[in-house]
Write a protein of this length. Structure first.
Length: 255
């Protein structure tokens, strides 16, 4: 019986690990996706070359997860065999208010020791998928710098940290008086902490576009009807619809 029990335990780990990755993908939080993947993870959309390594997989998935307003992967059938899982599913993405769905058959391999997904082989008609989705992604990548920054600030005022982070490139840099953070995960952590501040509901801003291409400056203030609590300026650099650099400066003390 011990052999059977061991197999059941391994298959439980396999199922749980796959479900954790799927939930992370649906959350659109790249931090959760990274935790669910093995450092040596690979993802192949057969017959195309595989994305090798966790960061390459994050780049592959982040390309659409950050653009999406909602993600839902419907599992039609799942079969677990040891550390492998075979999933028939429909992957659904909502982009600019419209739903785009594609049928997939994926073979997932799990590292039982770490409880993370180490390999995915997906069988999907990428040609037909790209024909429908690429024009939408290209339109989002060609958004004006002001449109991108304005969308980010609107998310900031709502107190929606994942939505704020979704406007940033995976290798973005954020500099503020408190320090410097690099990479999407660190940016998302920064805004998650910032959104604990109730004063954000009082945020107001004015967008200014300097002469430089892809550069936007925002003068902002936090204030009530009686007093101004804080002011500052955010200088953004935007490339292909994503913020690549943000520098926040505050006025000199006493000014």
């Amino acid at each position: 019986m011990s052999g059977y029990d061991d197999l059941v335990d391994i298959e439980s780990i396999t199922l749980r690990s796959i479900e954790t990755l799927l939930r992370a993908i649906e959350s659109r939080d790249l931090r959760a996706v990274r935790r669910a993947l093995h450092p040596n993870a690979c993802w192949q959309n057969v017959p195309h070359p595989a994305a090798e390594g966790r960061e390459a997989v994050i780049s592959l998935l982040g390309g659409i997860l950050c653009w999406s307003q909602q993600v839902q992967w419907d599992i039609l059938h799942i079969a677990i065999d040891g550390v492998s899982g075979s999933l028939e599913r429909v992957d659904r993405f909502w982009l600019q208010g419209n739903e785009y769905a594609v049928a997939c058959h994926g073979v997932f391999e799990v590292d039982a020791e770490t409880g993370t997904v180490i390999s995915v082989r997906d069988y999907v008609d990428l040609g037909e998928w790209r024909q429908r989705v690429n024009p939408v992604l290209e339109a989002m990548a060609s958004r004006s710098s002001i449109e991108v920054v304005s969308g980010h600030f609107a998310a900031l005022k709502k107190g929606a940290p994942l939505e704020m982070a979704s406007y940033f490139a995976l290798d973005a840099t954020l500099e503020c008086p408190a320090g410097k953070v690099i990479g999407w995960d660190a940016v998302a952590d920064y805004y998650t902490a910032l959104c604990t501040q109730p004063a954000l509901s009082a945020l107001a801003w004015e967008v200014i576009e300097p002469a430089g291409a892809g550069e936007v400056a925002v003068d902002w203030r936090l204030s009530s009807s009686e007093e101004i609590w804080a002011t500052g300026r955010d200088d953004y650099e935007v490339c292909e619809g994503r913020i690549t650099r943000l520098r926040t400066t505050l006025p000199p003390a006493g000014s």
